[in-house]
Design a protein around this ligand. Structure first.
Ligand SMILES: NC(=O)c1ccc[n+]([C@@H]2O[C@H](COP(=O)([O-])OP(=O)(O)OC[C@H]3O[C@@H](n4cnc5c(N)ncnc54)[C@H](OP(=O)(O)O)[C@@H]3O)[C@@H](O)[C@H]2O)c1
Length: 182
């Protein structure tokens, strides 16, 4: 079976074996639902201080309630905090470190023609350009954190989708492994 789509592949890190993240600060964009929600939940359970960055206050409040409810019997000294910030980067100035930025928020299958405030196509603007800008703005705090942290522990994680590959034009005579599978 092609390695790209193999169902044999499994995650090498799961919530069962995740080491303590105590003392670390994480940001998950789009952390109120789906994968971002699960990442926030895992990171919080491992003791990290987690910020869920989102545009919709009510969704994040409900997500935080669910996560806290799921951990109501976990000893308090094993947990740190779950926090909400609008996509207003001024709010981040209170943090002097940032260990992990999950670039996770996305839009999918939005009808063509919709644009961001700056006139970019909506998918490109939200899923890609906004996260590049966010990462650029947070680069100095990430770099400063990396200087005093164990090697490779500070990182920016981008969620990607196989649909990017499936929807891309085939430009060479040898299609990618994913195209060969479908
Ligand atoms: N689910 C899958 O099967 C799958 C497969 C491959 C890759 N992925 C990738 O994994 C990531 C997460 O996917 P998911 O299915 O878990 O996502 P999801 O459940 O659709 O959640 C998307 C999140 O993005 C937020 N968001 C959307 N537009 C935003 C904007 N303009 N500003 C701020 N936040 C915004 C949403 O916030 P609101 O609460 O405000 O709506 C929501 O919390 C995506 O990058 C996706 O491409 C997912």
């Amino acid at each position: 079976m092609d390695p790209v789509l193999s169902t044999q592949d499994s995650a090498s890190i799961t919530e069962d074996i995740l080491a303590s993240q105590k003392g670390k600060v994480f940001i998950a964009t789009g952390g109120s639902s789906g994968i971002g929600f699960e990442l926030s939940k895992m990171s919080y359970a491992a003791g990290a201080k987690v910020y869920i960055l989102s545009r919709t206050q009510s969704n994040v409040e409900s997500a935080i309630k669910q996560i806290e409810e799921a951990h109501k019997t976990t000893p308090k000294d094993r947990l740190c905090s779950l926090n909400f910030i609008l996509l207003d980067l001024a709010d981040l100035e209170c943090e002097s470190r940032l260990d992990v930025l999950y670039c996770n928020a996305r839009l999918a299958a939005v009808p063509g023609g919709r644009k961001t405030q700056k006139g970019l196509r909506l998918h490109l603007g939200v899923n890609c350009v906004a996260h590049v800008l966010l990462e650029t703005l947070l680069f100095s705090v990430l770099t400063a954190t990396a200087k005093t942290s164990p090697k490779d522990s500070v990182r920016v994680v981008w969620a990607a989708s196989i649909l990017v590959e499936l929807g891309s034009p085939i430009v060479s005579s040898s299609p990618s492994p994913i195209h060969k599978c479908v």
